[in-house]
Design a protein around this ligand. Structure first.
Ligand code: ADP
Ligand code: MG
Length: 307
């Protein structure tokens, strides 16, 4: 059985390319580029709440980083560095090696250095903190939506939630276990989008964060929402598309004048970008219209502490 230090050295100590000092000392040393602001975000994944015992460790390594990259995307920040805190019930080398492989494969694709962390015995938990850079004043905030702005969604909604209910549907399960954070889109939305949020807890709830922060309402047509397909029935579709978590797509708002540029951007990135509604003056609530134009109930998204 390896010691804690041996485990760290073998699996997590990779040379940092852009940090001044990475793993191995008491702290990492980072130098943000001139004119940039640091964007910092933490996400914790705990067994039972976010994943199941027995899930593929390589996919867990991917997802632990992906959910943090998604927060950088939602801010319009370029991810640069990450730290990883791990609690493990035992030192299973094969498991840790697969977890690290999933983590580093995604980190390398996005030019992220793992610069530190902590490793301890305990119930399986991963906590990543990510550090990104965004040019001064250009971060995409939740608070910037204005009446008249279009509401856009990247990719398709509901696949991850379907994957949780129906692990036998392979494409849906892949959406749940191997989410693709929209990092490039986020960076390219600087100067185009007026606000953005990543979809971790369901479209209706996460769009609600933009509405609350921007003090504005929204009108969304259900028929326009880009949906993972096919769903086995309408009830499942409604639940997964409107309230399903874990898609890690972006919802963002933009002035109507940017429609052409956003359509061109979607084509360039080979990423579906769909206009689903508009920001309204008034109360910060979502009005959802069904296919006949009638108002639909807005379901609640995921909440760890909901009664
Ligand atoms: P300290 O006791 O000073 O906190 P540790 O012994 O916990 O240091 O960690 C030694 C070094 O290994 C530190 O640089 C720390 O950031 C790094 N480290 C520990 N665990 C991990 C991990 N899971 N991933 C990346 N780096 C890690
Ligand atoms: Mg420590």
């Amino acid at each position: 059985m390896s010691s804690e230090f041996e485990l760290i050295r073998r699996h997590f100590d990779r040379p940092a390319r852009s940090a001044l000092l990475g793993v191995g000392d008491d702290a990492a040393l980072l130098r943000p580029s001139a004119g940039m602001e640091l964007a910092v975000s933490t996400d914790l994944l705990a067994e039972g709440s976010h994943f199941r015992a027995g899930d593929d460790p390589r996919a867990l390594g991917h997802k632990a980083l992906a959910v943090n990259l998604s927060d950088m995307a939602a801010m319009g920040a370029a991810p640069r560095w990450a730290t990883l805190a791990l609690a493990l019930p035992c030192a299973d080398e094969a498991w840790i090696g697969a977890f690290a492989a999933g983590f580093f494969a995604l980190a390398e694709r996005h030019g992220v250095d793992l610069v530190g962390g902590d490793t301890t015995r305990g119930p399986l938990t991963f906590c990543v903190t990510i550090f990104g850079e965004v040019p001064q004043g250009l971060a995409l905030l939740r608070a910037g939506a204005a009446p008249g702005d279009d509401i856009w969604v990247s990719g398709e909604l509901g696949g991850a939630a379907l994957g949780l209910e129906r692990p036998d549907i392979a494409a849906a399960a892949a959406r749940l276990h191997l989410p693709e954070p929209r990092v490039e889109l986020g960076e390219r939305l600087r100067g185009l989008a007026s606000s953005a949020v990543d979809l971790s807890d369901g479209f209706a709830q996460d769009l609600g964060h933009i509405l609350a922060r921007s003090q504005a309402g929204a009108l969304v047509r259900y028929a326009e929402l880009p949906k993972f397909a096919p769903f086995p029935d309408r009830g499942t579709e409604l639940r997964c598309v409107l309230a399903g978590g874990d898609d890690y797509e972006l919802a963002f708002t933009a002035p109507q004048a940017h429609r052409g540029e956003l359509e061109a951007l979607g084509a360039e990135l080979s990423l579906r970008l769909t206009r689903v509604g508009s920001i309204q003056r008034g109360e910060p609530g979502l009005v959802l219209l069904d296919e006949s134009g009638a108002a639909m109930p807005v379901p609640r998204g995921f909440d760890h502490f909901a009664a």
